[in-house]
Design a protein around this ligand. Sequence first.
Ligand SMILES: [Zn+2]
Length: 68
Amino acid sequence: MNTPAGETANDQQLVCSSCGTSPPPDEQSAARLTWSRGSDGGRTTWTCERCSRVNLRSIEGKLDPVWW
Ligand SMILES: [Zn+2]
């Protein structure tokens, strides 16, 4: 298997801005539906499904201090 570089059809590959993971090529289009899209300084950022859930929990966790 010797794949030459430069065969990139996608101009934008999904990469999770939290954990840095990226879906396999055949799941890129599906991930666009399930991942959370955001924007950071005019650039589009993506957060994978798993990190989205974690972020959501941490945001909710801010509301009530359970550490006491
Ligand atoms: Zn992630």
